[in-house]
Design a protein around this ligand. Structure first.
Ligand code: B1M
Length: 212
């Protein structure tokens, strides 16, 4: 039987090889990739985050856990396929300036791609200017922003202001997400959409573009 609790522990403990081996075993046994991610791997990241907050883990532990998480995600991402019907639309996504967290943002990007969107993933620490340039260059319909730090959340408002102060005003929708972000914050900064997770990001993107 797939040892998914062991996988969660391997993420918490930052054990890359074990995480990869247990992920491969789970897939071979027919476990649902989405359930593996949501019910075990993300819980592992939450656990190491809680330990960090309590002073029981440190930045190197976060880095090791992130490495194990990424190794397991690399196996699962190609298997995350939703209902794709041609190109659903073009999306530019990035983590806002000053923020280096990219695991959740990459998960959202993979899910969108898996569901038929063309996704331009800008990476981390992305300035307002880069978001605007990239949206223009790629003729994007949606700009998605991720922030994991309370100190970088305000950068999202700046990106939206930059879009609205450019020729893209009214042409590009904006979507925000990330652990400290919520619907109320999203509304307060004038974002067109908010999503708390990768699955809902797809539903929100479809809704913003009027796709059933
Ligand atoms: Co950081 N870190 N970190 N960290 N780190 C948090 C966020 C923290 C909550 C930990 C804690 O104290 N409990 C805390 C923030 C506190 C706060 O702001 N209030 C924190 C801190 C303090 C820091 C540093 C300042 C630590 C330091 O140096 N002293 C530093 C900052 C660096 C920087 O960014 N400038 C830092 C550094 C790091 C690492 C580099 C070591 C590493 C990141 C590695 C990487 O990403 N490549 C790291 C990690 C791993 C974490 C935790 C433990 C895990 C984050 C994660 O990957 N979660 C995190 C604790 C936590 O979140 N519980 C923590 C799993 C991921 C799948 O979830 O990213 O939430 P998440 O994404 C979800 C949703 O949020 C949503 O969908 C995803 C999938 O469901 N979503 C979107 C995300 N983006 C979206 C975009 C959308 C829609 C949905 O667009 C529309």
């Amino acid at each position: 039987m797939a040892n998914l609790n062991g996988l969660q522990e391997a993420i918490v403990g930052g054990k890359l090889e074990t995480a990869v081996a247990l992920t491969n075993e789970a897939i071979a046994e027919g476990c649902d990739p989405q359930a593996i991610i949501n019910d075990y791997m993300i819980k592992g990241m939450e656990e190491i985050g809680a330990r960090f907050e309590a002073g029981q883990a440190f930045v190197p532990n976060l880095l090791m856990s992130a490495r194990a998480m990424k190794g397991a995600l690399d196996i699962l991402k190609p298997l995350m396929r939703g209902k794709a019907a041609g190109s659903a639309g073009r999306i530019v996504i990035g983590t806002v300036q000053g923020d280096l967290h990219d695991i959740g943002k990459n998960l959202v990007a993979s899910m969108l791609e898996g569901c038929g969107f063309e996704v331009v993933n800008l990476g981390v620490d992305i300035s307002s200017e880069r978001f605007v340039e990239a949206a223009r260059e790629h003729d994007a319909q949606i700009v998605c922003m991720s922030a994991l730090l309370t100190t970088t959340m305000p950068r999202m408002k700046e990106v939206i202001a930059a879009i609205n102060g450019s020729d893209l005003k009214g042409k590009v929708k904006t979507m925000v997400g990330g652990a400290p972000v919520n619907e109320r914050f999203a509304a307060s900064i004038g974002a067109d959409g908010y999503s708390s997770n990768a699955n809902n990001a797809v539903a929100m993107a479809r809704s913003l573009l009027g796709i059933a």
